[in-house]
Design a binder for this molecule. Structure first.
Ligand SMILES: Cc1ncc(COP(=O)(O)O)c(C=O)c1O
Length: 293
């Protein structure tokens, strides 16, 4: 039975437990290294630990890159799995550890990381493929799907962008593309209102198609408003009459400033207020319908 090393202890893989609130599981908030072990030697260990340490420092996860300690732990794990005399792979995973799910940002307290080391026999196909060679297929960005357009667990960038925005005194990070157009918020979609018209960036700009965005587009159209799904340059957002963010929890959230520059009057605008009320009406409508059926 496989043995793994988890948070300082060697445990049977089936008994190794990680919290349901682990941020690695919930947000991809962690890092990993895959390392090759040859009989009697873990190769390039210092380089792997160095890369892991560099990444961990960048995202603020404490990690001790003590090569001596890790060499001992890896040697013992390989031995316990009877892999010390064969080719093997080692995977070292470090996550920020667990906290109360629901808060995207980690608490200010120093994290207590989850450390997991798994040893596996090396894929036996590798030697054969080294002999005969392999083929590659080109995959173009966004094919078969754009990873930014699915709500995947890989939320590390969104989380760190939000943390940076908070440090700058803002509540949301706004992603701007290389073309200078707004894409979306780190946890929201964006709408601008200018001369009574609503504009929101199109899905084709690589945003997460928010459920709230969809509901707001539908309700605004039902209200007889003009809604464009079109590129929104940063300048257009800054000079808009009103702007708001949408998200399942935040519903319709007035966006009143960007990089400390006021938008419109600097207060939530009348159309945003109107849409907030209409959104609540849609929620109630669905509830009534749902309870009838
Ligand atoms: C990147 C991103 N865009 C948009 C949204 C809004 O999506 P929804 O309205 O489905 O909550 C979210 C939600 O967290 C998000 O993470």
């Amino acid at each position: 039975m496989a043995v793994v090393y988890l948070n300082g202890r060697f445990v049977q893989a089936e008994r190794a437990k990680v919290s349901a609130f682990d941020r690695g599981l919930n947000y991809g908030d962690g890092l990993f290294e895959t390392i090759r072990a040859y009989p009697g030697w873990v190769f390039a260990l210092k380089r792997h630990l160095g890369r892991l340490k560099k990444g961990a420092d960048q995202i603020g996860i404490p990690f001790e890159d003590d090569a001596g300690k890790w060499r001992r732990v890896m040697g013992e794990l390989l031995q316990r799995n009877r892999l010390q005399a064969v080719d093997a792979s080692l995977r070292l995973t470090v996550t920020r550890g667990s906290d109360v799910l629901g808060s995207l940002l980690p608490p200010d307290a120093p994290p207590s990381p989850t450390l997991l080391l798994v040893a596996r026999p090396l894929d036996t196909g590798i030697a054969e493929r080294q002999r005969v060679g392999v083929g590659a297929a080109t995959v173009h960005w966004g094919d078969p799907f754009n990873p930014l357009q699915i709500k995947s667990l890989d939320y590390l960038y969104n989380m760190l962008a939000t943390a940076q925005a908070k440090r700058e005194g803002a509540q949301e990070a706004l992603f701007v593309g290389r073309d200078g157009n707004i894409i979306e918020g780190a946890t929201s979609n964006v709408f601008v209102i200018s001369q009574g018209t609503l504009t929101t960036p199109p899905e084709s700009c690589g945003l997460l198609p928010g459920i709230t965005r969809e509901v707001v587009i539908e309700l605004a159209k039902r209200e007889g408003l003009t809604v464009h799904e079109a590129p929104v340059p940063l300048g257009a957002l800054l000079s808009a009459d009103e702007t708001f963010l949408t998200g399942s929890l935040k519903e319709i959230m007035p966006l009143i400033s960007v990089d400390s520059r006021k938008i419109g009057s600097g207060d939530p605008g009348p159309m945003t207020h109107h849409l907030q009320r209409q959104y609540r009406a849609v929620v109630e409508e669905e509830q009534i319908q749902g309870m009838r059926s």
